[in-house]
Design a protein around this ligand. Structure first.
Ligand SMILES: N[C@@H](CCC(=O)N[C@@H](CS)C(=O)NCC(=O)O)C(=O)O
Length: 191
């Protein structure tokens, strides 16, 4: 497959899974290479040569170039597809939610989930501000989805994929999702 990309990722990681989901959605062939976060594998010199930031996900393009940062990879894979709004302002709104996801959503929800469910840190030893900040992020999402079916633009975009990643795992971080949204076959929210 000449356009096959290699995805170095950890299947427990929302940041990594969102790259795979996007590749699948846009029909990009990919090969998944497991790199376990927290195992020291990202500190290996061979891995650091690919991503000096010592993080997954990172992809290798067919021409050998590497690209890291989950949301940068999403935007790269989705360029020219319906996952990226064509309208300049709506596209910027998508970026707005994606930057927010990495700064205000993932650092609380993903971190609390990791500490609680993977590092097995007792709940009373976890920074309580993670729960507060994560719930604040979920409340902001809920308010947005009370107004519109999608975070940005008129349809499903990279912002929805980025925000789905750790929201669907939030329960493992001790967050209670009080209302689930179900999208029907007509693309509309059922509830
Ligand atoms: N902002 C980065 C965050 C990536 C990140 O935090 N990766 C974690 C796993 S989810 C990692 O590789 N940590 C290094 C390690 O645990 O070895 C992105 O969106 O790709």
């Amino acid at each position: 497959m000449p356009d096959r990309i290699k995805i170095f990722g950890d299947q427990r990681s929302g940041n990594c899974l969102k790259v795979k989901w996007t590749a699948d959605f846009v029909g990009r062939t990919s090969e998944w290479i497991d790199v376990l976060a927290g195992s020291g594998a990202t500190q290996d010199p061979a891995f650091l040569a690919i991503n000096p930031a010592a993080q997954v996900p990172v992809v290798i393009l067919p021409d050998g170039r590497a690209l890291a940062q989950s949301n940068a990879i999403l935007l790269f894979l989705a360029e020219g597809t319906k996952l990226v709004p064509s309208d300049h302002y709506e596209r910027a709104r998508m970026w707005e939610w994606m930057f927010w996801e990495q700064y205000s959503h993932e650092p609380s929800i993903a971190v609390r989930r990791w500490q609680l469910s993977y590092l097995n840190i007792p709940v009373d030893q976890i920074d309580p501000s993670l729960l507060v900040r994560g719930n604040r992020a979920l409340t902001i999402m809920e308010a947005r989805l009370g107004q519109t079916n999608w975070f940005a633009g008129a349809g499903f975009s990279c912002a929805d994929i980025a925000l789905l990643a750790y929201t669907r795992m939030a329960g493992e971080g001790g967050f209670v999702l009080i209302r689930a949204s179900v999208i029907g076959s007509n693309g509309q929210r059922v509830f």
